[in-house]
Design a binder for this molecule. Structure first.
Ligand SMILES: [Zn+2]
Length: 107
């Protein structure tokens, strides 16, 4: 489990694996599933709680395994996925409280 989570002034939370980007919701159209992906390193989690409990999977690798993409760079991303909002602190507050995770506000 991670020790702390970072959040910015807009209450968007940051990737606990590499502290490099915000975590964005991505909807996979073909399998009708919403997942959570770091905008920078492509770490991937399947649940909000997973962000705190396990290291991220790798987004592109996951899509390939699932047969969602076939060849690098030539897939029709619009038919595969839809980028949604970034995950905000309000959405993960209960998990933070439950696991007593420290919150670091970035300046
Ligand atoms: Zn990241």
């Amino acid at each position: 489990m991670i020790k702390y989570i970072e959040t910015d002034e807009y209450k968007q939370i940051y990737c606990p694996d590499f502290h490099d980007g915000r975590i964005q919701k991505v909807f996979l159209k073909k399998i009708q599933q919403e997942i959570y992906v770091c905008e920078e390193c492509e770490s991937l989690w399947f649940t909000l709680e997973g962000i705190f409990l396990e290291r991220g999977d790798f987004f592109t690798g996951f899509l390939k395994d699932k047969g969602q993409i076939t060849k690098d760079g030539f897939d029709d991303w619009n038919s595969i996925l839809e980028y949604r909002d970034f995950v905000t602190f309000d959405e993960i507050k209960e998990i933070v409280d439950k696991h007593k995770i420290k919150v670091v506000v970035l300046e």
